[in-house]
Ligand binder design. Sequence first.
Ligand code: SIN
Length: 533
Amino acid sequence: MADGSSSTLTTTQQDTTLIIGGGLAGIFTALKLAPHPVTILTAAPFGEGASSAWAQGGMAAAVGEGDTPEKHLADTLVAGAGIVDETIAHMMTRDASARIEDLLSYGVPFDRDLEGKLLTGREAAHSERRIVHVNGDTAGKAIMAAMIETVRKTPSIRVIENFVAEQLTQVDGRVTGVIARGGHGTAANTVHFSARSVVLATGGIGHLYQVTTNPPEANGNGVALAARAGAVLADLEFVQFHPTAVDIGRDPAPLATEALRGEGAILINSAGERFMLAIHPDAELAPRDIVARAIHAELAAGRGAFLDCRETIGARFAERFPTVYASCIAGGIDPATMPIPMAPAEHYHMGGVFTDANGRTTVPGLWACGEVASTGVHGANRLASNSLLEAVVFATRVAEDIARLDPNEPILIGQDNVAGGLMPAGPQDAEIIAAIRKIMADDVGVVRDAEGLTRAVDQLTQLERKTRSAMVLNMLIVARLIATAALNRTESRGGHYRRDFPEADSVQAHRSFMALAGNLQRQPQAEKKVALA
Ligand code: SIN
């Protein structure tokens, strides 16, 4: 544990490719690079701490009869509310079926019909049946189990567990590795892992919020690492709140998959009123942000919000949705006979580290894929079940890009940028983390306005002076950047809702780019404006 003594740095590791993060994007990159040697650095024991394993939806891919990558693209564009990068998104929908084939070859047991054809389900905002599942709501778990099994049989992949990355090292701006702390970030000593290519696959930002469906390791660390190295970030203000997390006081909050509403479950308040009917013609199947705001409003008004599955799913619940069922039962709720209390929860970050079609960031030597990256495919709002797809499509592209590099290029082991004096997270930091999560929930959450966002930026800036823990400092930096991006966007679009600017503004129908002040290296596209925060 933290003892207040200053840290020491040991240089012990040299790798060709270092992947930070052991979720689906990181593992897929490593498998696609095989037999090139790769090290995966994970903040938690391998297989834990990754949102991918918790995914209850499935993976979207135009593999069903009559469906096409172009129809999938069209739905992705609509969900993204006008700012999806169409070229990149088309690349993703076209690559989808090849990646499903890869997953099958790694042993993922996607559900099939009696003829052996992949079974495809439909989800909100998809015009076709195109979601492949595994045994109802267990796709993430099954995919990760197959991936981990494959990694164990792949000698080119080395996994180092329980190391929290604190800072990327650089020489003349090029990333040369990472300084990481063992013992889940609590060890006194840090290790410098040097590598020719570094891939960020650290996941999302959920743990910056009080209520989230993400594991604690999803705390925005990768975005902060990249920002501190000078990378351009994109679309940070776009955070997706899942409307239906099970509100039983658990942290993280268990997800109640949208598929439940797809099967007819309805939302009611404590008076038994079906409040979505008055809000949207699609009622419970309205876009996620609209349902999330409606539940937020019921809770704020003290009326409560509940998912009622009694009529439509009832006794089939345990078999159809085993993961949600187990969470409810653990919280003392039998969903077959009782309404389930709901709250919106931070679920997915559309924004992140800006990358090109090959997952390259704007910093030489640094790639990003999975939720930490902002490829532009999600725009202002992610279409359900596009996240696992994005992870595997861009992990593949990152791996192919790295594999093309000159193998004789030397591994630089220097560092000319390391901030000294940073320490492991200690007991005093728990209070700061709790404060970050409350500020983000209160002022940078489902409903935002200038007053709250300005307050959030001020409070987060002040907190930055109160910690010497690299991990907590990283959380504060990302939280402040998200609040700043949300303050800058004076309109409502997709997952970003401003009560003081409730309409979309066509002048702002574009992506946003940002860099840490004093750290901008190069702009993503010449004509784009990059704000400094
Ligand atoms: C869900 O099952 O509701 C979540 C799926 C997703 O976020 O893509």
